[in-house]
Design a protein around this ligand. Sequence first.
Ligand SMILES: Cc1cc2nc3c(=O)[nH]c(=O)nc-3n(C[C@H](O)[C@H](O)[C@H](O)COP(=O)(O)O)c2cc1C
Length: 368
Amino acid sequence: MSESSLFSPVYLGDQHLENRIALPPLTRSRANPDGTATALMREYYAQRSGAGLVIAEGTVVSPQASAYANVPGLFNKEQVMAWRPVVEAAKRDGNAVYCQLWHVGRQSHSSVQPDGQPPFGPSAIPIKGFTYRSTDGRIPYETPRELTQDGIHEIVQAFGSAAANARDAGFDGVELHAANGYLIEQFLDDGINQRTDEYGGSLENRLRFLFEVLNAVIKHIPANRVGIRFSPSSDWMDAIDSDKRTLFSTVIQRLNSYSLAYLHLVEPGISGATNSSQAPDATPTKELASLFNGTVIATGGHTKESAEELISSGVVDLVGFGRKFIANPDLPERFRQNAPLAELAPHGLYSGGEHGYTDYPALDSCPS
Ligand SMILES: Cc1cc2nc3c(=O)[nH]c(=O)nc-3n(C[C@H](O)[C@H](O)[C@H](O)COP(=O)(O)O)c2cc1C
């Protein structure tokens, strides 16, 4: 028996998990062009079903919500049907499978918008200092269209419908993607949201979109099956706010009245999908986690040892492993056996069929 705190059981909402290892959401761009999940995704998630909590990759709530080809969606019946066998494969006794609901907002591009126009954001402020990964290479981000209030209401409804679809596809719950400078965070940050109506200006107003989305989602899924993800110390994709500490402390405390399944925090020092130098004004996970009256997950740069330390010291309840889980489909088993870990290959992260996706070997198939 392992003494590791990672292998002590835990409740997530009303679900009993056998371990505290999470597969965080990881975009891998292996869906069909119409956003339906594939047999290859089924194999990938089955390989990683040893995680106590599997959070499926960012899944768009509408055609407008997407930035890239081959990301899955949950806005029509075909997508629901296609997810079902994938979700089933990701489930084994004693684990939970959630789906991350995603709208990229201004991180999209006219070349992938259904009407061929620039993407939508809270305000007509483009992303500076980053470039869009188009099929023809890196290009500057466009100035987004400022969302009308009708446009905002449509997106709120789209999140609600996607949550209902996630439930119908067999997911145990959903995670709202409010991290990494995507649409929900774009409304939160005062460097991005410069609206003068009730969705912008004061902190109260900037929180409105998030809580409208949350309220729409919990009409379809109980709050104890809904998680939310923030990256409170990251300015990736020009996600600038004048006071992130106050912003995220306030929003986290406000969430306490919902009895959500979990709060998922991306660690300081992680910038989008990679490591970065930690900002001097980063808010420690410990500080924010202590404000939340429920289950907390931390992800970003963790090893088995750092995760055990974080859990046994009571800072968080589960730890996510992203890049390690990509390269080690049986990561929990490797942790249990203290077996060596495979390294992440430089290819296949965001495209490439099975190569760099489902062809990382499990321990029992490695040559001894
Ligand atoms: C290939 C790749 C795709 C990612 N896709 C998503 C995503 O869809 N949603 C999200 O919130 N984070 C995404 N991330 C960020 C990871 O969830 C995680 O926060 C990050 O990799 C840091 O954790 P790690 O150090 O354990 O890898 C992605 C990261 C990688 C490497």
